[in-house]
Design a protein around this ligand. Structure first.
Ligand code: C2E
Ligand code: CA
Ligand code: CA
Ligand code: CA
Length: 278
């Protein structure tokens, strides 16, 4: 520290500091990516199990990296979430999703749009103002937008997060608890939060037919959600027998590769009419 390092001299860098500097490089690249519109949104439909209809589509962000190809959120979201970059990133996702929403609405689809938000987005009431402004600019009514909030985000700073959720609900925006079952939402917190949907994490759903405990958990969550006046969505449905079991267990909605993988919305449009499993 404070030592003068002449240019051209290679400084020994302990391995432990390398991930941090990789993160800094990634942060810089991601900032540039946001400015040059390298992020893209794929969408995954949510299927109403009783009718097989698409009722909503969930926006899932990807990065079309100039050298590394299409990157999944796991490759860059953690870096964004550890910095203030998650704020412009979420605003970008909201703007793009509402822009696409306008396009599919004009094409005659009545799908609502769901956007994922991160813990850090809920750490300030300013987020409510940004969402309101973006909705107004896009001329989309608040009840057409749905926000998905992970259980862990709700536990992150539960006082402020709770206030943000309440304020968003007052705006007329509906919200779900995402990844339910793997986080730490206390049942009392669930009771006080203004959420309208519970999404059961796919780790409970994927292997449901082979695991009696998973079936017991999913059955209980469906009953709990209904008692709280929420609808339930099962994520990660890959097989028809899981879909059938969910229908028989009064689960309301489902998402998964069985119907469609996340894709640009125009491809969802092509696949939306196809029968389940095809
Ligand atoms: P998530 O919100 O739980 O989204 C569901 C993830 O499961 C998606 O992964 C989706 O592609 C995948 N998936 C859907 N159906 C199936 C299936 O049948 N089988 C399997 N194995 N996987 C399935 P993806 O797109 O990689 O996103 C991962 C996570 O990244 C999301 O989990 C969400 O927490 C986060 N994320 C994605 N987009 C955004 C965003 O725009 N903002 C924020 N804050 N987070 C996002
Ligand atoms: Ca989600
Ligand atoms: Ca989820
Ligand atoms: Ca997840």
């Amino acid at each position: 520290r404070g030592k003068h390092v002449p240019t051209g001299v290679v400084v020994y860098e302990p391995a432990a500091t390398r991930p941090a500097s990789d993160a800094l490089v990634m942060q810089r690249e991601l900032r540039r990516a946001l400015e040059s519109d390298e992020l893209v949104l794929h969408y995954q439909p949510k299927i109403e199990l009783s009718t097989g209809r698409v009722t909503s589509v969930e926006a899932l962000v990807r990065w079309q990296h100039p050298e590394r190809g299409l990157l999944p959120p796991a490759a860059f979201l953690p870096v964004a979430e550890r910095s203030e970059l998650i704020e412009p990133l979420t605003r970008w996702v909201l703007r793009r999703a509402l822009h696409d929403y306008a396009a599919w609405t004009a094409a005659g689809h009545d799908w609502t749009v769901a956007v994922n938000v991160s813990a850090r987005n809920l750490s300030s009431l300013q987020f409510v103002d940004s969402v309101r402004d973006i909705l107004r600019q896009a001329e989309v009514l608040p009840h057409r937008l749905h926000l998905e909030i992970t259980e862990t985000a709700l536990a992150f700073d539960s006082d402020v997060a709770g206030q943000v959720v309440d304020a968003l609900a007052r705006e007329g925006i509906s919200m779900s608890v995402d990844d339910f079952g793997i986080g730490f939402t206390g049942l009392s917190q669930l009771r006080t939060l203004d959420v309208t949907e519970i999404k059961i994490d796919r780790t409970f759903v994927a292997d449901l037919m082979g695991n009696e405990h998973d079936r017991a958990i999913v059955r209980s969550v469906i009953e709990l959600a209904h008692r709280l006046g929420c609808v339930v969505t099962a994520e990660g449905v890959e097989t028809q027998d899981v879909a059938d079991w969910l229908v028989a267990s009064a689960c309301d909605h489902a998402q998964g590769y069985l119907w469609l993988r996340p894709a640009p919305w125009t491809q969802i449009e092509d696949g939306a009419g196809a029968p389940a499993g095809s």
